[in-house]
Design a binder for this molecule. Structure first.
Ligand SMILES: [Zn+2]
Length: 491
């Protein structure tokens, strides 16, 4: 069994593996060439940051951890607005009103703490994302630094410590050059150089932010990708300069990919016009609406008064619209949803007690965008048309970066198509340190040769009604279905 004295995890938010090329990211491409690259690694559904982060920390899909969307309506917490898991105040509200934890499963941080292992995180994402990677960091005796400041971490002393050494927190610009440089210094010099924890994790908010607002593969976005790649080079140099470098495992990952947007489909307005008064999550109010709705390129729709006839009617209405790619409803069936033509939420690992009554995904495809990258789809808004989005089941949203190097790979280097994903990160980190993963973790230790060699058992399922036909391709490993690609079939 592969072991390591320390584990370093580097996460690039939103990074697509097909963009890890020698011209765009020379340091990472070179590292990938000498490491084990899980080229078909997968995110979870919805392929959104807080959902995926919770899957990284719990080693499990949303059915286990209960973070069923970046935003989701959760009446047990509040009936006044849709919970936004990026906000520190919404996370605090949920914690104060729930009898159990918001992230409802044992995490990597919890397990490390139980084995008296230290865990340091440097994060440049939202307060909620920073929370989700180690929600009980303070109780665990761990250390989490956020570039967003005191309110974005449960261990605010980390901010004081860092500011004293490195000076004031950087300004927020787009692309996020200053933040990238600052967090890299904190991670390389302070965390790796001084603190020397058992597990160290850095989460770069780029290239995700620039993909959204400056477009995939644009000159500005390529410049920030070059900057995060240089940052990775500095981190590798810090690791390789240590006398124990050979004993340190390095795992590089992303939480999801992105596809470019081709146009807007304002589902909330269309539903309101169709007689279902919709409250958008972003409005932070319900205001007598019939339904709540979240957006992006997919979202949940909840009946405020629990009217399932309305749910059924909306599901049928969605499946008659050209803009809609996929529709899901809860069901006891593993494939088909409660409403004819829909898929079951269980098919995509979303069937937690907090699941919505209805989920839609806007239409997308694998055709090339304006910069020649495959993956193009509709959005409800939120970013300029042409900007990147994620959340759905397009292969270019689901396919993540997952590379095992250093002490995490003693075998041959190169790419493997073995079924794998973000749920495997926590079990792999734990196993490298000789700690058994809890049963709730559905991921597996990817350093084990059986995991690498496993052939995917790929299957395709379809559902639909009338002219609406949707398809999902999955790869099974044990009791987990990795989501390969989904979308509407052209008719
Ligand atoms: Zn993300």
């Amino acid at each position: 069994m592969q072991t390591a004295s320390r584990v370093v995890v580097v996460v690039f938010d939103g990074l697509r593996p097909d963009m890890v090329t020698p011209d765009r990211m020379p340091n990472l491409a070179s590292f990938a060439g000498e490491s084990l690259w899980f080229r078909e690694a997968r995110s979870v559904f919805p392929s959104m940051t807080r959902v995926a982060t919770s899957s990284i920390s719990t080693g499990a899909p949303p059915v286990v951890h209960g973070i069923v969307g970046n935003s989701f309506y959760y009446p047990d917490v509040t009936r006044d607005f849709v919970l936004d898991t990026s906000l520190a105040e919404d996370v605090a509200l949920a914690e104060s009103r729930l009898s159990g934890p918001l992230i409802a499963a044992e995490t990597l941080g919890d397990r490390l703490a139980a084995h008296e292992k230290s865990f340091a995180v440097v994060h440049s994402g939202s307060a909620g994302s920073t929370y989700a990677i180690n929600p009980r960091a303070a109780a665990n005796g761990h250390w989490t630094f956020s570039v967003m400041g005191h309110d974005a971490t449960r261990t605010p002393h980390a901010i004081d410590e860092v500011v004293e050494r490195f000076g004031p927190l950087p300004p927020r610009t787009l692309p996020r050059f200053e933040e990238t440089d600052y967090v890299t210094r904190v991670f390389a010099e302070h965390v790796l150089g001084e603190m020397d924890p058992d597990v160290a994790l850095i989460w770069f908010n780029e290239p995700d932010t620039s993909f959204h607002y400056k477009f995939l593969a644009s000159a500005e976005t390529d410049a920030i990708m070059s900057a995060v790649d240089a940052a990775f080079g500095r981190i590798l140099t810090a690791i390789r300069g240590r006398p124990d470098a050979d004993e340190i495992a390095v795992i590089v990952a992303s939480d999801h990919g992105q596809i470019s947007s081709s146009g807007v489909a304002d589902i909330a307005t269309l539903l309101t016009e169709a007689g279902h008064k919709a409250a958008r999550a972003s409005s932070r109010a319900i205001n007598g609406a019939d339904i709540t709705i979240t957006g992006g390129n997919m979202g949940e729709i909840r009946m405020v008064d629990g009217d399932m006839d309305r749910r059924d009617a909306i599901a049928r209405w969605l499946m008659q619209r050209d803009e809609i790619g996929m529709v899901f409803t809860p069901s006891d069936d593993p494939v088909h949803g409660a409403v004819d033509g829909t898929f079951s939420t269980a098919l995509v690992g979303l069937d937690h007690a907090r699941q919505p009554e209805l989920v839609y995904v806007l239409r997308s495809g694998t055709e090339a965008d304006a910069h020649g990258l495959p993956g193009l789809g509709l959005i409800t808004g939120g970013v300029p048309v042409g900007g990147g989005m994620h959340g759905g089941l397009n292969r270019h949203e689901l396919n993540t970066v997952l590379i095992l190097g250093g002490a995490a790979n003693s075998g041959p280097a190169g790419p493997t198509g073995a079924p794998s994903g973000i749920i495997d990160i926590a079990p792999t980190v734990l196993d490298l340190l000789g700690i058994a993963a809890p049963a709730s973790m559905r991921g597996t230790n990817l350093t084990e040769i059986e995991a690498r060699r496993q052939l995917a058992s790929v299957s395709t399922v379809e559902a639909g009604i009338g002219a609406f036909r949707q398809q999902l391709i999955t790869a099974r490993r044990g009791n987990h279905l990795f989501l390969i690609h989904g979308g509407r079939l052209s008719t």
